[in-house]
Design a protein around this ligand. Structure first.
Ligand code: HPA
Length: 234
């Protein structure tokens, strides 16, 4: 079996998938954390890996950047590969001074102006929630492991260079702690295909204080988020 974008056999994709945006990060996670992993997709250079974390089978599949790319991959994984849970692990640009670089955010609701849900599901819901049970599990693991986790909404933007977005409005009216670009598609696919999805984010830059992380710092800080996501699937 294959889809236009995934060449894997059905049995080569685990029921639980972790999705970083970046294919190189997927490779890094497989190499550093998985045992007996194998490459299960190479189409478009979106290399995906299936292996075992503490005995549990998991697939690390990159989403690419943005709602359309996440929309395609998470839809195909849920619909054609019988994936049950997807946890996105990504980065966010913070909308508040209260968030420091490298802080971890668990997304409760994703707000977007995107027409993704309208086009695909005839839904004009512009605020969509993560799976409550999956979020509870992640919160619980964070608590047990003494990992400081903040929760809140995010703005799932379609434009990285969106100088016109009103940050004050997004923060005060929609309670968005920051911006990212994929959770809105992931949460809608999960809802309409009866699956579970969550989104963990590391603060990579702060749009208020203008602080930024270097790519090297980002790499190290992401380990805490990766470990939290992996321990939440056990
Ligand atoms: N905008 C959108 N997505 C992001 C950002 C941002 O500033 N930072 C990290 N992901």
């Amino acid at each position: 079996m294959a889809t236009p974008h995934i060449e894997s056999k059905k049995e080569d994709i685990a029921k639980i998938v972790l999705m970083p945006g970046d294919p190189l990060r997927a490779e890094m996670i497989a190499k550093n954390y998985l045992e007996n992993y194998r490459v299960v997709n190479k189409v478009r250079g979106m290399n995906a890996y299936t292996g075992f974390y503490k005995g549990k089978e998991v697939t690390i599949f990159p989403s690419g950047m943005g709602i359309p790319s996440m929309g395609i991959y998470s839809y195909e994984l849920f619909q054609f590969y019988d994936v049950e849970k997807i946890i996105r692990i990504g980065t966010t640009g913070a909308y508040t001074e209260n968030l420091n670089l490298f802080d971890l955010v668990l997304v409760e609701n994703s707000y977007s102006k995107s027409n993704y849900a309208l086009d695909l599901y005839d839904s004009d819901d512009h605020m969509i929630s993560a799976d409550i049970d999956l979020n509870a599990k992640i919160k619980n693991v964070a608590f047990q492991k003494d990992v400081l986790l903040q929760y809140g909404n995010v703005y799932s933007t379609e434009t990285f260079y969106d100088s016109h977005s009103n940050i004050k409005d997004l923060y005060e009216k929609y309670h968005c702690l920051g911006a990212e670009m994929e959770s809105y598609a992931l949460f809608h696919n999960a809802k309409f295909l009866n699956k579970k999805a969550a989104c963990l984010l590391t603060v990579s830059d702060n749009l208020i204080t203008k602080e930024e992380t270097t790519s090297e710092e980002r790499q190290n800080s992401l380990n805490q988020m990766i470990e939290l996501a992996l321990n939440s699937i056990l």
